[in-house]
Design a protein around this ligand. Structure first.
Ligand code: GLN
Length: 342
């Protein structure tokens, strides 16, 4: 128990259905997701507009290391905003819960991921690490003597979550770096408010690189499963972050992972998740596993439409919704104190 009493004395989560059932339900989720052709590909980063809109992959990684896949689960795409969740975890591991909460915050802005208005409305506070302002501020907090070292640490850390070395998509990086005036403005605004100590444009550049790392839906499932497994990658066995940091990251994702749609997501799916504009979504079921999905067509907030469908299917079919319960079977009613002591 730490001095804040945050470390839970007991952890209670439950288990997934058997492996064969999970395997079958991943296929069913893929078919369910495939039925939708709604949404639009992101075009504000020019290179993303060239994505194949038909690509669709679904994966579940269990905390025992089993990985299930359907469709284009090995197709790679840029991780984009999903990187924010894992960089946040790495920074919490280095600096601790309180520092990151004070500097970056944990509350939803209710506004789009790239909002400048949100910064102004909150006296320069970036509010949370899952919007661009908070993510740039978080990246700037990665302890390093130079931007190159900061980038190397992030690439290494995200690779540890995935269990394989993640590579940069140079074309996506260049395309975003050439067109990210808005993110540069956000970085400079944070500096004006004294919210960023490092060179803000260098921090935005590292942030742009972290967003350009290539992952597959199967990678996202393993990355999610690492957060579901108390911070240990269930495939490689490497401890990436502490159980407390894994828990903190999921708590932040629950309220902020899907931008201004986070409330709707939690209401429909009942799990922490994080989306990115290339069409990936990672979802975490604490103690059970991670779900990774990829499909480039997005809703108006920038969240994959097929990805949301497949994830909602899996949350229900695998019994993952953290808010769902069934009446405990006991009897006879009414319950009496004597029954409890029997
Ligand atoms: N790199 C993207 C940006 O900063 C990430 C946005 C996202 O995935 N929502 O605009």
């Amino acid at each position: 128990m730490d001095d804040l009493g945050r470390t839970p004395a007991r952890v209670s989560t439950g288990t997934l259905p058997g492996r064969d059932d999970v395997e079958r339900l991943v296929d069913d989720a893929y078919r369910y997701g495939l039925a939708s052709r709604d949404g639009e590909i992101a075009t504000y980063i020019p290179r993303l507009a060239q994505a194949d809109p038909e690509l669709f992959g679904v994966s579940v990684a269990e905390v025992d290391g089993a990985v299930h896949t359907a469709g284009d689960a090995d197709a790679v795409f840029s991780i984009q905003s999903i990187s924010k969740a894992f960089v946040y975890a790495l920074v919490c591991e280095e600096l601790g819960h309180e520092t990151v909460r004070e500097r970056v915050g944990v509350n939803n802005t209710g506004l789009a991921f790239n909002s400048v208005v949100a910064i102004e409305l909150n006296d320069g506070h970036p509010m949370n690490p899952m919007v661009n302002a908070g993510a740039i501020a978080t990246t700037a907090l990665v302890p390093a003597a130079s931007a190159e070292e900061r980038w190397a640490r992030i690439q290494h850390g995200l690779s540890a979550f995935a269990g394989r070395r993640l590579e940069l998509d140079g074309e996506v990086y260049t395309s975003e770096a050439d067109t990210n005036q808005r993110n540069r403005a956000i970085g400079t605004l944070l500096q004006a408010y004294g919210r960023i100590d490092a060179d803000p444009l260098a921090a935005v550049d590292v942030y742009t690189r972290q967003c350009s790392l290539l992952v597959s839906a199967a990678d996202l499932a393993v990355m999610g499963a690492t957060l579901a497994d108390g911070g240990v990658n269930p495939v490689t066995g490497e401890r990436v972050v502490s159980p407390a940091v894994a828990r903190d990251t999921l708590a932040v994702l629950a309220s902020t992972g899907l931008y201004e749609r986070s409330g709707e997501w939690l209401f429909e799916i009942g799990l922490p998740g994080k989306s990115g504009v290339a069409g990936g979504i990672v979802t975490i079921s604490p103690g059970k596993g991670g779900i990774g999905v990829f499909s480039p067509r997005l809703d108006s907030a920038g969240n994959s439409v097929r990805g949301q469908r497949a994830t909602r299917f899996l949350s229900r079919a695998l019994g993952l919704d953290v808010f769902a319960s069934e009446a405990h079977e006991h009897g006879p009613y009414p319950y009496t104190r004597e029954m409890g002591s029997a």
